[in-house]
Design a binder for this molecule. Sequence first.
Ligand code: F6R
Length: 615
Amino acid sequence: MCGIVGYLGEKEAFPLLIKGLKRLEYRGYDSAGIAVLGDDGKLQHHRRKGKVDDLLAHMEGRVPSGSLGIGHTRWATHGPPNDVNAHPHLSGDGQLALIHNGIIENYHALKETLVARGHTFYSDTDTEVLVHLIEEILKSSEDLDLFEATRVALNEVVGAYAIAVVDVARPGELILARKSSPLVIGIGDGEFFVASDATPIIEYTKNVVYLEDEEVAKVSLSSGLKIRTIKNHRVTPVITELEMAMESIEKGGYEHFMLKEIHEQPRSIADCLRGRLRLGHGAIRMAGIDDHQQMWTDAQRLIIVACGTSWHAGLIAEYMFEDFARIPVEVEYASEFRYRNPVIGEGDILIAISQSGETADTLAAIRMAKEKGAHVFGICNVVGSSISRESHSGAYTHAGPEIGVASTKAFTAQLAVLALCAIRVGRLRGALDEQRFNRLMVDLSGIPEKVEALMQLEPEIEKIAEEFKNAPNALFLGRGYNFPVALEGALKLKEISYIHAEGYPAAEMKHGPIALIDENMPVFIVATKDAHYDKVVSNIQEVKARGGKVIAIVTAGDSEVKSMADKTIEVHRADDAFVPLLSTIPFQLLSYHIAVKLERNVDQPRNLAKSVTVE
Ligand code: F6R
């Protein structure tokens, strides 16, 4: 949510900032802005409602010159997306420029105090309050420099922030800080890069420092990087090497990131299984489980917390853990879980699933579970993200950067990791015998190839998309392992095409949603040959009897559903637990093609942001 970039060095900052903002635009895209400090000591400040291209158009070719600058792409929280609310925000005297990702919860009280001291505000934002607060502190004490003033100001702030501050009077330094919103500092040769994630940095340096919560940093051309906590304790920076490849953040010939990411799934699932699924050794190696075997053996209960698509992965995991490991599982929306008073303690393992590893509610849920004594196992895609760092143990999904706002390859990679975990724990607890364990391993290892085969169906799916693109509503149904697939199918369609869609367990249809069915209602239903097949066939008949249009995902060779449904899409046979890794792909492609045909902004759908770092 909101993207931050910054540069300090000898190069021209502006092109770097624009390129970085375009890479971060997936985080928020309702307005954009930059501030560059020129060699003449003047701050060049431009902001615009809309995307980075709207900012560039507004600038009409004026290229700010200078080698210190900050840039921001916004996802509005306080105040509508307009030019005035766009970042950077300036102090009253115009000397300081600040960009911010997060929410200052006590901004109203701070603002009242500052207004009483003569400050005037032009925007609705909490961010403008913060830059005025730093200005006020800076002016009230001659002993404080910008670094100190920022540190002191942040002690007065309640909420979340990743900030970068430029001071006209200090052309050789940039001040940064974070709490609950990510910030990465790239260390180059005589230059520094700053960003909300590593994607704008990777092109220039692989050496990065991830700022921790409540840390304030100063990057200076003369004295390098210095970090302190907001309570003024010195911190030694830890430099980490980035493993990301440049190609992974480019479209590579695809029209959209989402399409590229859908097509990457055979590889991303294989990457996720590689080294963990050891067919030759008849073993699964998951460090986060192997290192805590007793704990997993003794665990009384698993609690899975996540949001959105990751929550759907959690629902499928519930079935897997119950099936393979015979362990009770609860799946919770992180946002609900954290505000209840859940009964949780030692003996519970909390699994947090998050692509970004930065989702505010999921992060808060794991902090609460840790306080209550649970072990936290994090499943994240973004390496070095907050959730991955705050978990006791965990597993990365290794899907590579996911840039399309709608999650696709991260979801299937989550399913692959969760399958590995459930099988591993099942074996550890003696719930899976060797024969079934081996069968599951073989079956799972064949999934990437079966996903690859599904990509060949794209032209067929595109035709279905053409036929149903104007439907105002859609229903997605599934049972058992495929019930969460129905939820995910509906979410995908609504978020990128803006068609109203609902997902239901197929059997629930007759308890209400059936009233919606008529000849205009497409019903997308997973009817693969599994334990629920006969029941799903009955549900299809119920839809057909009411004139509904049925688009069914079936197992290759199926003839029964084919004779009833209006359209069918075939997936290969697999163990029931792994079918979601297949059945979800046609829904992804379908949503994608419907959205393209409706001329939607597929990679950056309206009102959404990739990383939800606000509560
Ligand atoms: C939907 C989607 C969102 C995310 C949700 C959680 O396509 O991407 O529903 O799944 O915001 O995000 P993470 O997984 O980053 O915690």
